[in-house]
Design a protein. Structure first.
Lengths: 357, 357
DNA sequence: TTTAGCACTCCATTAACACGAGTGCCAGCG
DNA sequence: CGCTGGCACTCGTGTTAATGGAGTGCTAAA
C-alpha cells in the first residue's frame, strides 16, 4: 500500500490523511451529504477525536481535495479528491455473481451484432441504474467480408456489404452510367476477390492507390468496379454512432435535478458529436478510463462522471462502452462492472465460429 | 358560425359564453397564467364588466370547461375546455411562409427514405420548439420490390429486401440445410418473379397459401424458396419504430418541470410500445388527430397534447407523424403545420420517378 | 501532537405578516 | 331580467424574524 502521495508539486499527504480522505469519499458516496468531523471520526477506525479530524480536513481543503459548501457544513470531495480516490485509494469490489450471470446470459453470442450492442447498453444501464452507452464498432477498423451491388432505377445502385461482426451495412450510390445486373455482379465478384478480408480503412487506401497506379493494367470492368467501391466506401459514409439507454435513470439523481443542467446534458446526448468525441478519446487508452466531472472538458458533463472501457474484436480495439452517472457514484462497483462488460461484449462479437463466405 | 353548442346532454352554451371561452383559452395559451375576469373583460371585445364575466365563468366551471386552481385565482381551461376549443372555436392560422419554405427545402426528394423520416422529425421539433415524432413506414403495407439472399456461414443466410420507398431491410435467417450461392440466387429469382410488387402483408398471406395448397405443384427449389420467404417475412420481423427528436424542448415547459412527470414521459418515450400504440390509433383516422391531456389514456401523457396526422405513399396510409407538447400549446399554428408536413413527407417518399427494378 | 471546550457561522425550518389578485355574492340600476 | 359596482373574503406569494442544530475554527491544556 502507498504510504505517501504527493499532490501538486511539494505537498505531501501521510497515510492517515489518505485514509481519512478515503473514508470521507466512501461516506459521501453512500450518503450524499457533506460529511462532518464527528461522523468521520466514527467511520474511520483510527480512534481520533473530531477535533483532530478537523485539522486534517483543513489540510485537505488547502490541497483542494475536499471542499466545504459553507462554513458550518461538512466536507465534500472535489474533482481532484475523487481523482486521487479512484487512482490510488479505491478498493474495487468483485462483481456480484448475480450481475455476472445476467451479463453472461445477456451477452451470449447472437446473430445480429447490432442487437448485441443494444443489449450491452441496456445491461449497463439496468444493472447500474445509471445511463449506459456503447459505441457501434468503428467501421474503419472492421474487416470487409463481402460486398454486393443491386441495381435500383437509372444509375442508382444499392451497395450492401457485410463486415467482421456479421453486421450488414447499406448505402445508395449514383454511378456514372447505367449498369446491368450482370455487370454489377461481375464488379462485386471482382471487388470481393481483391478486397475482402481487409479492414475498411485499408480497402479505402487500396482503392485510391489502384485508381492512381493501376489504371492501365485494369480493363474497363475492373475500373468501373473500383470506382464503385470508391463511392461505396466514401469517408463520410455514415457518422459514427452510439447506443445510449437508461438516460431516464439520471433524472433521479439530486445533483442533476436542476432543469438547466439536465437539459444541457440531454441535448448533448442527442447532438451526439460531443459525446462521440469524448468516447473516441477513451478508445485510445486500453482498459478502464474515467472522466470525473469537469475533467471531460464538456460543460454538459460538469456534474457527471463517465466510466468507460474499450472493447475489442479479434484483438483489435473497435469500440467503447461505458456508464454515465453523477460524480457521486459507486466507483468501486462500476469500474469492474464496465471492465467485465467490455470483455464479454468483445468475446460475444468475435466471429470465431463463422467461416468466411 | 355556430350560435350554440350543447355539452353533455342538456346544457347549452350561448355564443357569448363560447366567445369568452375562446378568448380565455387563447389568453391562457399565450400567457400560461390563470386568467381572471378583469383580463378577460379587456381581451374580449364584448364590453362586459368583470362581474358579468365572473358569472359566465361560474357557468363554464359548472360545465367542467374551465377550472380554478384555487379560490382567488383566475380560470384555466380543462381538457374538455380545450377539446371544445379545438373542435369548434379554433381559427387556424395559415402556415407562416418561412416555415413553409423550410419544410419544402428540407423535404425535397432524397435517396434514403430513412434519412427523410429523420429530417421530418427534426423539422417538426425545430419549427415548433416541441418534440417531433415520425413513425417509420409500416412494413406490412409497403410493396416488396426486390429480394436477395446472401450466404453467410453454415445455414445462416442474409436476407435483403427493398421496399416501395426505396428502403432497405435485412435479416439473418437459419435455413434447414446448406444452400449454395447459386441455389440462393435461383430462389431469389423465383421469389422476385412471383411476389414482387405486392405488399408485405399480401406476400405473407400468399406464402402461407402456397405452402398449404401448392406443395405438389412446386419442385424442390420452389419449395425451398417459399420456405425461406416464410422465415424472412416472419411476423415479428422487427417491431414498428419511430423517430423522436427534440425531447429536450419539453424540458423547458413549466407544466412538465416536475421531475416525476418528466421522468415518466421520457421513460414512455424510450419504452416505445405505448407511444407506438397511441400513434397506431392515429393512423386509422385520416387527417389531423389530436389527443389532449388525459384523453390519450396513457398516464405519462397526462399533461401533454399530441397533434398527429397520418401520411400516405401512393394513396396508401403508411405512417403517422406529429408533435408532442404541453396541453398548453398553440393549436391554431401546430395543426396546420402538422397537416402540411404530413403531406409533404408523403409526397417526398412517393417513388414516382423510380422505375421498377 | 492530540484533545476538549467554546464561540461563532450558516442553513433550514417555522411562524407571522402584509400584499395583491381574484372570487362570490348582493343590492341596485337600466 | 340581465348587467354592474361594491364589498368582504380567500388564498398564494414574498418578506421578515426567530429558533435550533450541525459543524467549524481557534485556543489552551494534556
Amino acid at each position: 500500500m502507498v504510504a505517501e502521495v504527493s499532490v501538486g508539486n511539494t505537498q505531501v499527504l501521510n497515510e492517515r490523511s489518505l485514509q481519512l480522505l478515503k473514508t470521507l469519499v466512501e461516506r459521501y458516496i453512500s450518503d450524499g451529504q457533506p460529511v462532518g468531523s464527528r461522523a468521520l471520526a466514527k467511520d474511520s477506525d483510527l480512534n481520533l477525536s473530531p477535533a483532530t479530524i478537523r485539522n486534517v480536513m483543513a489540510d485537505l481543503e488547502d490541497l483542494g481535495l475536499v471542499h466545504s459548501p459553507h462554513t458550518s457544513a461538512g466536507r465534500v470531495p472535489t474533482v481532484s479528491g475523487y481523482r486521487l480516490f479512484v487512482d490510488t485509494l479505491l478498493t474495487v469490489k468483485p462483481l456480484e455473481s448475480k450481475d455476472l450471470t445476467r451479463l453472461h446470459q445477456g451477452l451470449s453470442v447472437s446473430d445480429d451484432s447490432n442487437d448485441m450492442i443494444g443489449v450491452a447498453s441496456r445491461l449497463l444501464s439496468e444493472l447500474t441504474q445509471m445511463a449506459g452507452v456503447v459505441t457501434l464498432p468503428k467501421r474503419e477498423l472492421v474487416c470487409l467480408r463481402h460486398i454486393e451491388f443491386l441495381p435500383l432505377s437509372h444509375t442508382r445502385v444499392l451497395v450492401i456489404f457485410v463486415t467482421n461482426e456479421q453486421e450488414v451495412h447499406n448505402k445508395i450510390i449514383h454511378t456514372s452510367k447505367v449498369f446491368s445486373s450482370a455487370e454489377l455482379q461481375q464488379a462485386a465478384n471482382y471487388l470481393n476477390s481483391i478486397y475482402s478480408g481487409r479492414s475498411l480503412n485499408a480497402v479505402r487506401k487500396a482503392v485510391l492507390k489502384d485508381l492512381q497506379d493501376d489504371q492501365e493494367r485494369m480493363n474497363q470492368g475492373m475500373l468501373d468496379a473500383v470506382k464503385m467501391a470508391q463511392l461505396a466506401f466514401d469517408r463520410d459514409n455514415k457518422k459514427d454512432d452510439y447506443v445510449l439507454t437508461g438516460e431516464t435513470n439520471l433524472m433521479g439523481f439530486s445533483e442533476l435535478s436542476d432543469m438547466e443542467r439536465l437539459k444541457g446534458l440531454f441535448e448533448a446526448f442527442s447532438q451526439k458529436q460531443g459525446v462521440i468525441h469524448l468516447l473516441d478519446q477513451c478508445m485510445k487508452a486500453e482498459g478502464v478510463q474515467i472522466f470525473i466531472g469537469e475533467e471531460s472538458g464538456y460543460r454538459a458533463f460538469d456534474h457527471c462522471s463517465l466510466v468507460t472501457s474499450s472493447y475489442s474484436v479479434s484483438d483489435e480495439v473497435v469500440g467503447v462502452l461505458g456508464v454515465i452517472g453523477p460524480t457521486r457514484m459507486a466507483y468501486e462497483k462500476i469500474i469492474p462492472f464496465v471492465d467485465v462488460t467490455a470483455k464479454l461484449l468483445g468475446a460475444a462479437l468475435n466471429p470465431k465460429s463463422t467461416t468466411p463466405l
